[in-house]
Design a protein around this ligand. Structure first.
Ligand code: CP
Ligand code: NVA
Length: 302
């Protein structure tokens, strides 16, 4: 039976750990210049209903490095943008390509696509989740901190798709996650409830300084995600005080690492000084999108 990558909690801890191991192996092979054509002759369709730099480039380059090919399909230039139902798109694409990566608004839309497709579907970001990014981030934590389970993670900012995905990760991997968001911008309550049912150690801490105290990993993201552009002014006011800056870093563990999925709005959720500091691992995270997604594609599409 085909398998999809839609949400971290659909996967077992054991299978996710295999992805980290395969990603590390593929990364090493790439660095040594060794061929690793695990998807020779295969094609990935990439459906985009939102903008992207990292996701598009890393999936496309990743397919090439695996000996395959990727097709960029945007909603504006396909029949998707003119209202062709997702269940038809899924069935048609299944006749041409070997897997689909989709970036869109609704998680239900991605689930619908998976239901109607005979090929693996990979979630490249929805309003609800960004699972590939969190896997790349955890690969980065493993590289910098050796282990990733016995650490304290701190999320400061919006309770958005990235926050929801970190909560799922806390549920599966078992680490402690502290979340500081302004009131009214908490992560999705159903995601939190499900994670807690699974035993996740997720706590809300109102004060960002308190949330950061002694933390090993600091994490944030933009205050207005794609699709929320018109709320920017309101959000900028609401999120005052929820910025990652030198004071927050000083409150964390002296060896803390600082993460951001990018793109960043310097001067808003993070200062230029913080993102350029020695704690920042943001470009390693961006690179690891390539390696973890190659592992995800190689696992699902062979
Ligand atoms: N982090 C991330 O998904 O970046 P893009 O929006 O550039 O793909
Ligand atoms: N939360 C952001 C992440 C971008 C990679 C967004 O959805 O726009």
């Amino acid at each position: 039976m085909k398998k999809d990558f839609l949400c971290l909690t659909d996967w077992s801890l054991e299978d996710l750990e295999k992805l980290f191991a395969l990603a590390a192996d593929l990364k090493a092979k790439r660095k040594r210049g060794e061929e690793h054509h695990l998807l020779k002759g295969k094609t990935l369709g990439m459906l985009f209903e939102k903008s992207s730099t990292r996701t598009r480039v890393s999936f496309e380059v990743g397919m090439y490095q695996l000996g395959g090919h990727a097709l960029f399909l945007s909603s504006g230039t396909t029949q998707m943008g003119r209202g062709e139902p997702i269940k038809d798109t899924g069935r048609v694409m299944s006749r041409y390509v070997d897997g689909i990566m989709i970036r869109t608004f609704s998680q239900e839309g991605v689930e619908e696509l998976a239901k109607w497709s005979d090929i693996p579907i990979i979630n490249g970001l929805t309003d609800m989740y960004h699972p590939c990014q969190v896997m790349a981030d955890l690969l980065t934590v493993i590289e910098h901190k050796k282990n990733y389970r016995d650490l304290t993670y701190c999320w400061i900012g919006d309770g958005n798709n990235m926050a929801n995905s970190w909560i799922n990760a806390a549920a599966i991997f078992g680490f402690e996650l502290r979340i500081a968001t302004p009131e009214g911008y908490e992560p999705h309550p159903q995601v939190v409830a499900r994670a807690r049912k699974l035993g996740a150690r997720v706590t809300y801490v109102n004060d960002p300084m308190e949330a950061a105290r002694g933390a090993d990993v600091l994490n944030t993201d933009v205050w207005a995600s794609m699709g929320q552009e018109e709320e920017q002014a309101k959000r900028t006011a609401a999120f005052a005080g929820f910025q990652i800056n030198a004071d927050i870093i000083a409150a964390a563990d002296p060896a803390c690492i600082l993460m951001h999925c990018l793109p960043a709005h310097r001067g808003e959720e993070i200062t230029d000084e913080a993102i350029e500091s020695s704690h920042s691992v943001v470009f390693d995270e961006a690179e690891n999108r390539l390696h973890i997604q190659k592992a995800i594609m190689a696992t699902l599409m062979t």
